[in-house]
Design a protein around this ligand. Structure first.
Ligand code: ATP
Ligand code: MG
Ligand code: FE
Length: 354
């Protein structure tokens, strides 16, 4: 079966066609992404109304491009999947209505996908790995450690009590006047800086619970920046290096604990895996910390290519494919859910008087 997936929850308009090869392995036939970074650049963040309008303008062409690149037309598609939450409501509506319209017009099944499930299943798209696995989800809006025990079965072991890690990178970049999105900009500057120059806090270090906290770190960067104003380029590089080192250490500390619990609670796995997903998984320092931990705990690290860690529609099409194969399709009455925790029920609520 081929699934057309649509992603419009934030600031990229994306469509993709995903199927399986003769051996049943996932196959990405197309993966088209239009980023709105330019539209939002002047505002230092995503403006919801601008995003919604840009999605509405782009979506038709992006879907056509995804079909064209995959070499199929709608008659070759078995189901349509779209992100229906969580995210910015205007964008979600554009993607949901477009995919529901296609499904209705062609008599195809519709699958409403949780964007976070898309991120969470990406390691299975790229590495065909089996359930269960431990997942570190580090994105712009989320920082969670999850036990992924099956499709729709996500046990949250830890989460951030304030900012998400990607958000902390973005806010740090903004206060240092680096371009948006901040993660790649901070990482580039960090490569030239001295991580030891500024003594930045290590939030929740040594705590026994698996939660994260990044707002204190961000505040410490702001105070150090103010104390050293006006900042020269070398100061910015040192602050970025210090921030990134503290962030990577926080991840190392929490994931270390989580891996101990994972190995203790599921000791008999033939192929124990730590997987990482979400845009921050692109960060080299964080990847290095995870690689070291995985080796020490005797688990395999699965880190999908960067292009599939940041927002894309292939992950939505793939989640749709798994759901279709499991018979988990949705009625066209499914509403969008701007807030929708991954462990808050497997399927979206059915709305509109049903
Ligand atoms: P969510 O999925 O939680 O709704 P999102 O979709 O906006 O959030 P993603 O697209 O998965 O998040 O990731 C974007 C985030 O990843 C941004 O915060 C960005 O700064 C961060 N990021 C991207 N590349 C890097 C990098 N090299 N280092 C650190 N952070 C990065
Ligand atoms: Mg984005
Ligand atoms: Fe995302």
């Amino acid at each position: 079966p081929l699934v057309l997936g649509i992603e419009t929850s934030c600031d990229e308009t994306a469509a993709s066609v995903v199927g399986r090869d003769a051996d049943g392995r996932p196959l990405i036939l197309s993966n088209v992404i239009l980023s709105q970074i330019e539209e939002h650049a002047a505002f230092g963040g995503v403006v919801p109304e601008i995003a919604a309008r840009a999605h509405a303008e782009a979506i038709g062409g992006i879907v056509r491009a995804a079909l064209h690149e995959a070499g199929v037309d709608l008659s070759g598609i078995s189901a349509v999947a779209a992100t229906v939450g969580p995210g910015l409501v205007g964008g979600l509506i554009v993607g949901a209505m477009t995919s529901k319209a296609i499904a209705a017009a062609r008599g195809l099944p519709f699958v409403g996908v949780n964007h976070l499930e898309g991120h969470a299943l990406t390691p299975r798209l790229t590495d065909a790995l089996a359930y269960p696995y431990l997942l570190l989800l580090v994105s712009g809006g989320h920082t969670q450690i999850l036990l992924v025990s099956g499709l729709g079965r996500y046990e949250r072991w830890g989460t951030t009590i304030d900012d998400a890690l990607g958000e902390a990178f973005d806010k740090t970049a903004k206060l240092l006047e680096l371009p948006h999105p901040g993660g790649p900009a901070v990482e580039r500057m960090a490569a030239r800086g001295d991580p030891r120059r500024f003594a930045l806090p290590r939030p929740l270090r040594g705590e026994k619970r698996l939660d994260f906290s990044f707002s204190g770190l961000k505040t410490a960067v702001r105070q150090a920046a103010q104390a050293n104003a006006p900042l020269r380029e070398a100061d910015v590089a040192d602050l970025c290096a210090g921030f990134q080192a503290a962030a990577a250490e926080a991840v190392r500390d929490r994931v270390d604990l989580a891996l101990s619990r994972f190995r203790r609670e599921l000791p008999d796995l033939a192929d124990p895996v730590l997987a990482v997903a979400g845009g921050v998984a692109a960060n080299g320092a964080i990847r290095a910390a995870l690689a070291e931990l995985a080796a020490r705990h005797g688990v395999r690290l699965v880190s999908p290519p960067t292009a599939l860690c940041t927002d894309n529609a292939a992950m939505i099409a793939y989640a749709g494919l798994e759901r279709l194969e499991a018979g988990l399709v949705d009625p066209l009455t499914v509403p969008v859910r701007p807030r929708w925790p991954l462990d808050g029920g497997a399927a979206p609520l059915v709305g509109f008087g049903k």
